[in-house]
Ligand binder design. Structure first.
Ligand code: NAI
Ligand code: MG
Length: 501
C-alpha cells in the first residue's frame, strides 16, 4: 500500500471554503510527496491571495451572521464533542494518510489520533464554563459586569511535523470560544488536514466556520497574516517565519500565538536510573525522526558517567529498525520532505567541520529497507561544545549532540545558553535536584525522569525565542477571547454631565 508506482494517478485534492470543496482561483496545483518512496502521490490546490480573501470573507460572514453566532456555548461544545467522536471513528484512515504524506510512523500516528479527540472533548466541555463577573463596583447607582467574547476570524498556520495534533491545539479552543477559523496547512503535508475536513463536515458546523486554504507560505500564509479581517494568528513553525509573522501582525495590531523551535537540553546526572535515562535520550531525539519542536537535541551528561552512558546509548540506538513507516515494527522513519532531508545532512557536515566525533550514524541511510526514501541514520556526536552551531541551531532531525558537564551549576549554565527555551529533561533520583533543576531551567516545559509528555490539560509553550503565549489547559481559551465591561446606570437621573463618572 505504501509503494506507489510512478504511473499511478495522483490523488487530487480540493480546498474547503465556505462549506464547499473548491479549486484555487488560479486552478494551479502542486505535488505532495511520500517521503518513504520519494515520489509524489497527491495534487494539492495552489492557493494564493484571492483564495485567502475568499476564505477570510466566508469566515467573517460566518462570525457575524447565520447560525454560528446564535449558538449557545453549550451548543458549540456539543458540536466539538461530536467532532471528537467522528475523529475517533475515522482515526485509522487519517493515520494512514499522515503516514503516506508525512512519513510519520503508523505506531505513533495510531496513538496520536486516538488522543487528538481529547482536545475537542476538553475544550468542548470548557466552552460553557467561561464565566464572567459582576463587579462590586465602587461607583454608586451603577451595575457593572464583564462578558468574554470571541475575537473574530482566527488564522491558524501549522507546520508539517504533526499537522492534525497541532491543528487540534488551535482549532478546539478557537471554536469553543466562538471564533471562526481559516487554516493554512504546510505545503508538505496538506492532505491529512483536507481529509480531516471531510470528517469535520459531518459534525454539522455552519458553513464558513472552518475553512482550509492550501498553498505555500509566501502565497497563502502571508496574505492570511496581512488580511484586515483576521483578528489573531495562531502559528506553529520555525523561529524565522514566526518572527516575520509577528512583525506583519504588529502592523495590523493583531494578536499572535507563536509556538517556535527549540534546542532542548536533556540532562543526565550520575544518580539517574541509567537504563531509563538511555530510553529518555532516545525518545528525545530519535522519536518522530527528531522532527519535533521539543526534540532533546542536546544531551548533557555528567562527566563521570559520560563514556559509559554514551556506550549504552549507542548500543540501544543501533538496534533501531528503519524502513516503511506503515510497518508496526519500524522505529525510525524518513525525514518528511526533501529540503529538510538536505538540511539535516548539511548540519551533519557542519558538525563534522566543527570537529565533533561521530559515535553513530553521521550519514544518509543506505539500508535496503529504506529504498529511495529520505532516511538519515540515527546520529550521535560527542565532543560537542555548546558554542558550536550544532549545539545552538535547530536541526529538526535524528541528530544528537552530547555535551559533558561537571555539576548542577554548569549543567544549568549550558542548558540555558541558547536562544530557545521550549523544553528540558532532567534525569535524577535526587528529589532536591529534581525540584531545583526544574526551577532553574529556562523552558516552558520541564520533564523529570520522562520526556515528550504533553496533554490537553497542561500549558505548553516557549520561553525566550521559542515563542509567545501558551497552548493547552483551561486558561488558554482566554487567548481566543476578549473581555468587555458593561456599565448600566441604575440612577433615576443623569448627574452632572461635565465630569467623569
Ligand atoms: P516554516 O516555519 O516556514 O513553516 C511553517 C508554516 O508556516 C507552513 O504552513 C508554511 O507554509 C507557513 N509559512 C511559511 N512562510 C510564511 C509566511 N511568510 N507567512 C505566513 N506563513 C508562512 O517551516 P518550514 O519551512 O516548513 O521548515 C523550516 C524549518 O523550521 C525546519 O527545518 C525546522 O527546523 C523548523 N520547523 C519547526 C517546527 C516546530 O514545530 N517548531 C515545525 C516545522 C519546522
Ligand atoms: Mg508529503
Amino acid at each position: 500500500m505504501q509503494v506507489q508506482a510512478k504511473s499511478q494517478p495522483l490523488e487530487q485534492y480540493k480546498m474547503y471554503i465556505d462549506g464547499q470543496w473548491v479549486e484555487s482561483a488560479s486552478g494551479d496545483h502542486f505535488e505532495s510527496d511520500n517521503p518513504f518512496t520519494g515520489q509524489p502521490w497527491a495534487l494539492i490546490p495552489k492557493g494564493g491571495k484571492d483564495d485567502v480573501d475568499r476564505a477570510v470573507q466566508a469566515a467573517h460572514r460566518a462570525f457575524v451572521s447565520g447560525d454560528w453566532p446564535k449558538l449557545t456555548a453549550s451548543q458549540r461544545g456539543a458540536l466539538l464533542r461530536k467532532l471528537g467522536d467522528l475523529l475517533t471513528t475515522h482515526a485509522k484512515h487519517l493515520a494512514e494518510i499522515e503516514v503516506r504524506d508525512n512519513g510519520k510512523l503508523i505506531a505513533e500516528m495510531s496513538a496520536q489520533l486516538n488522543y487528538v479527540p481529547q482536545w475537542y472533548y476538553y475544550y468542548g466541555g470548557l466552552a460553557d464554563k467561561i464565566e464572567s463577573s459582576v463587579i462590586p463596583i465602587d461607583k454608586p447607582d451603577n451595575f457593572n459586569y464583564t462578558r468574554y467574547e470571541p475575537l473574530g476570524v482566527v488564522g491558524a498556520i501549522v507546520p508539517w511535523n504533526s499537522p492534525l495534533l497541532l491543528t487540534a491545539w488551535k482549532l478546539a479552543p478557537a471554536l469553543a470560544a466562538g471564533n471562526t477559523v481559516v487554516l493554512k496547512p504546510s505545503e508538505y503535508t496538506s492532505a491529512s488536514l483536507l481529509e480531516f475536513m471531510r470528517v469535520f463536515e459531518q459534525a454539522g458546523f455552519p458553513p464558513g466556520v472552518v475553512n482550509v486554504v492550501t498553498g505555500f507560505g509566501p502565497d497563502a500564509g502571508a496574505p492570511l497574516v496581512e488580511h484586515p479581517l483576521v483578528a489573531k494568528i495562531a502559528f506553529t513553525g520555525s523561529e524565522k517565519t514566526g518572527r516575520m509573522i509577528y512583525e506583519t501582525a504588529a502592523r495590523g495590531l493583531k494578536r499572535v500565538g507563536l509556538e517556535l523551535g527549540g534546542k532542548s537540553p536533556n540532562i543526565v546526572f550520575d544518580d539517574a536510573d541509567m537504563d531509563n535515562a538511555v530510553k529518555g535520550a532516545i525518545s528525545g531525539i530519535f522519536a518522530a525522526t527528531g522532527q519535533t519542536c521539543i526534540a532533546g537535541s542536546r544531551l548533557l551528561v555528567q562527566d563521570n558517567i559520560h563514556d559509559e552512558f554514551v556506550d549504552k546509548l549507542v548500543v540501544f540506538a543501533k538496534t533501531a529498525t528503519m524502513g516503511d513507516p506503515m510497518s508496526l515494527d519500524t522505529q525510525v522513519g524518513p525525514v518528511t520532505n526533501k529540503p529538510q532531508y538536505r538540511k539535516v545532512l548539511d548540519y551533519i557536515d557542519i558538525a563534522k567541520g566543527e570537529g565533533v566525533q561521530t559515535r553513530l550514524g553521521g550519514a544518509k541511510a543506505e539500508r535496503p529497507e529504506c529504498g529511495d526514501g529520505w532516511f538519515v541514520e540515527p546520529t550521535v556526536f560527542t565532543g560537542v561544545s555548546n558554542a558550536m552551531r550544532i549545539a545552538q541551531e535547530e536541526v529538526f532531525g535524528p541528530v544528537l549532540s552530547v555535551i559533558p558537564f561537571t555539576d548542577e551549576d554548569e549543567a544549568v549554565a549550558i542548558a540555558n545558553d541558547v536562544i530557545y527555551g521550549l523544553a528540558a529533561g532532567v534525569w535524577t533520583q535526587n528529589i532536591r535536584r529534581a525540584i531545583t533543576m526544574a526551577d532553574r531551567l529556562q523552558a516552558g516545559t520541564v520533564w523529570v525522569n520522562t520526556y515528550r509528555a504533553v496533554s490537553y490539560m497542561s500549558p505548553f509553550g516557549g520561553y525566550k525565542r521559542s515563542g509567545l503565549g501558551r497552548e493547552n489547559g483551561q486558561d488558554m481559551i482566554k487567548d481566543y477571547m476578549q473581555v468587555k465591561s458593561v456599565w448600566i446606570s441604575t440612577a433615576t437621573e443623569v448627574p452632572n454631565p461635565f465630569v467623569m463618572r
